[in-house]
Design a protein around this ligand. Structure first.
Ligand SMILES: [Zn+2]
Length: 120
């Protein structure tokens, strides 16, 4: 991979990371004990207001899968940045070949090449 592409991809990843973190911080807080883990804020319920409480519990269960999905994406992005640092970025985890540049540009946190993805 040429330097220009690498920089381009790194910038795309950094942007993605920032976006995901700000998305997450809207309804989750960073877990202080576990690096990269986020916890959905459990909504505060007004005492004695059962209807509101039910709404908030419902909201919480709606947010939880979103939190997991964002958290997973964030981990993928961080993993990709880590691989750039280590110099192992862009190598398919399944077949060990160079991942197509087009795929890396479209989906920079990818870990497998197009043909392996096709087999999966
Ligand atoms: Zn492959």
């Amino acid at each position: 991979m040429d330097k220009k592409t690498e920089i381009e991809i790194k910038e795309a990843l950094e942007r993605k990371k920032t976006n995901l973190e700000s998305e997450l911080s809207r309804f989750a807080k960073k877990d202080k004990d576990i690096e990269g883990d986020w916890d959905t804020k459990y909504p505060r319920t007004k005492e004695g207001d059962l209807e509101d409480a039910a709404d908030e519990v419902e909201q919480y269960s709606t947010m939880l899968p979103i939190e997991f999905s964002l958290e997973k994406q964030l981990q993928e992005v961080k993993g990709a940045l880590e691989r750039i640092k280590k110099g192992s970025y862009g190598i398919c985890e399944t077949c060990g070949k160079q991942i197509e540049k087009e795929k890396l540009l479209a989906y920079p946190e990818t870990r497998i090449c197009l043909s392996c993805q096709g087999d999966a």
